[in-house]
Design a protein around this ligand. Structure first.
Ligand SMILES: Nc1ncnc2c1ncn2[C@@H]1O[C@H](COP(=O)(O)OP(=O)(O)OP(=O)(O)O)[C@@H](O)[C@H]1O
Length: 282
């Protein structure tokens, strides 16, 4: 049983009698994001009905599930991009409007401003926040050192490779020092070699910054390799098939993939996924 997932019985013991959902008085220690009673319907088709979950502080959680189950919908509702019909989402008790976030889109080609050099793309959110130039430059220098950049940030996006552009997108999301970072399939448009490099980079930076991270993934190996927890969803209306703890040591590397513990976790996740897909098939 995962530390952050709760059974209905366990939940009942923590809920005050007579209280109606959403009830935010119960949550597991170390929680950053609390979601209760989340409900969303698209044109009469329910995607979430009374969905409850906690996301841990400073952890990387990957969201994995069947096509169209609502992975992007979930992070878009949490990040405030998409309104929801009912429920409550709180970040340390605060609303999204009171929370600093970063968001990395799948399509880096459309995410960066093409008329601005990479460095100006990264300055942009800080400028919007009114951060003075000297402080902006200090933050970007620090981030560039963390990323150990091997390319010139004074180039335009169209002069850069896909991996470099997505690195810039991730830097732009992190430069505001977000409380929560959202990534929607950030590597899916990159080739395999670049994906491996980006995974390494993301692991390094996120374990250093301890930023609470929610990542939508289409790749189970990537989800298990990168995460502290993997949220496996069913077909819609989406429920939690399993909320797995990935307690493999860090830093993870290319050898991790053949580590028997990694292999067993990935096999288990695949089994849960296949069962969830089969059992909820129309
Ligand atoms: N704006 C919208 N209007 C109507 N239906 C929508 C809208 N956005 C999403 N949907 C539907 O809601 C469901 C969940 O979509 P979502 O993109 O969240 O799924 P996903 O799990 O991220 O999908 P994929 O695996 O294809 O990336 C899908 O059936 C989708 O067609």
């Amino acid at each position: 049983m995962s530390a952050f997932a709760m059974t209905a019985t366990e939940r009942k013991t923590r809920e005050p009698a007579g209280e109606t959902l959403p009830d935010l008085t119960w949550f597991t220690p170390g929680t950053h994001i609390t979601i209760r009673g989340l409900t969303k319907t698209f044109r009469g088709n329910p995607v979430y009905t009374g969905f409850d979950i906690d996301f841990p502080r400073g952890g990387i959680v990957s969201i994995f599930g069947p096509n169209g189950c609502g992975k992007s919908t979930l992070i878009n509702m949490i990040s405030g991009i998409l309104p929801y019909d009912a429920g409550q989402i709180l970040f340390d008790g605060k609303t999204i409007a009171e929370t600093r976030i970063g968001y990395v889109f799948q399509n880096y080609r459309e995410a960066l401003f093409p008329w601005q050099r990479a460095i100006d793309n990264i300055h942009y959110p800080l400028k919007m926040m009114g951060v003075p130039k000297a402080e902006r430059e200090r933050r970007i220098e620090k981030l560039a050192a963390q990323f150990d950049l091997k390319f010139d940030l004074h180039r335009y996006p169209y002069e850069m490779s896909g991996g470099q552009q997505q690195t810039v997108s991730i830097m732009r999301a992190l430069v505001v020092d977000p409380e929560v970072l959202f990534l929607d399939e950030p590597f899916s448009a990159l080739d395999y070699e670049m994906t491996l490099t980006m995974r390494d980079l993301l692991q390094k930076v996120l374990t250093e910054t301890r930023t609470t991270t929610l990542l939508v993934s289409h790749d189970l190996e990537e989800a298990v390799w990168l995460s502290d927890k993997v949220l496996l969803l069913t077909r819609r209306p989406s429920r939690i098939a399993e909320y797995m703890d990935i307690d493999l040591p860090r830093p993870r590397n290319s050898e991790t993939i053949s580590d028997p513990r990694f292999v067993a976790l990935k096999a288990h996740a695949l089994e849960v996924f296949q069962t969830a897909v089969r059992s909820s098939a129309p």
